[in-house]
Design a protein around this ligand. Sequence first.
Ligand code: ATP
Ligand code: MG
Length: 355
Amino acid sequence: MIPLPLLLSESLNALPDPVILIDGRKTIIFFNRAAATAWPALVSGMPLSFTLRAPDLVEAIDDVLADRTRECEGIFSERHPVERDFSFRLRGFHDEETFSARSAPAALVILRDLTEARRLESMRVDFVANASHELRTPLASLIGFIETLQGPARDDPKVQAYFLSIMREQGRRMARLIDDLLSLSRVEMSEHRRPIDPVDLSSVVQQSVDTLRPVASARSVTLEIKSPDQPFIIPGDRDELLRVVENLVENGIKYGHTGGRVEIDVRPIQGDEPDALALSIRDFGDGIAAEHLPRLTERFYRVDASVSRESGGTGLGLAIVKHIVNRHRGRLVIESEKGRGSVFRAILPRSASSA
Ligand SMILES: Nc1ncnc2c1ncn2[C@@H]1O[C@H](COP(=O)(O)OP(=O)(O)OP(=O)(O)O)[C@@H](O)[C@H]1O
Ligand SMILES: [Mg+2]
């Protein structure tokens, strides 16, 4: 087999997409680094079909090898070990003089992983469907009430007053949903720009707790700040950080109220992490089953949609929290045990240098 010149192999290795070079017998001559990452089982000198069994790809390779002037394109999916979608392009080499030997390069297979793009596309479709559905429900009930007010309840002031109060609630719900959608898209749009104003996280916690105390006591929940009594400054956006603490504490009150208290804590993180603060909100309620944890921060994901809706939830709170934490170059860790309660912990870097 002819080894590729170093400059050529290094250039192919620098490409982000998988590239595989085969000879006229469909044996692999070379594959770049991206190909090795996508298919760790690839081995030079082995038939390509040992690793890439996609019938459409194999057929296209046969076509190109039979007529080297052809170029082919297509897509294929893999089911194992995980579901992935790829597009491929094939180019045959037909320069007889250079490539006449049996084991000389005969075709180049250029691949592209479409999995992420397809996932994003299906998320976008789901998102529009979910948002429309969330708006349609209160809207349908508003229209229903208006029709009742115009018809059967026309002359009944008592029923009118009752219906109008429900209608106001539905209207507020729609307004809240739109506010949440707007702030989600605002944070998403600015996610690449890290906010850098010095913000004292301790005072953010204090302000959020002051705001939410009435909500907590209405549900017989006490809010306890466990942090050391001192300022903890991070580079950030104060309003966004207030949203994070308020969302998490509000969730602790709404979904963990059976535990009777929510603890809020800010402290420097221990161990070998770079200089960071941990902002933890802990409740002692029913907790969340493990299968829900990875999906909690998805937009509109709710463990129990009716419980969330009853308390005016839109299912966007944690999605907003996650984006804000990402924007601050931090990460969100969720731990929960059924029957014991949950901890939502935002790890936020203190240094502004990793912006
Ligand atoms: N502390 C918690 N304990 C138990 N379940 C929780 C907790 N926090 C969140 N959840 C679950 O995660 C879901 C998503 O939370 P999220 O904050 O995103 O939405 P929401 O509270 O339903 O609505 P919103 O925050 O927009 O008012 C909730 O509906 C609830 O099922
Ligand atoms: Mg919430």
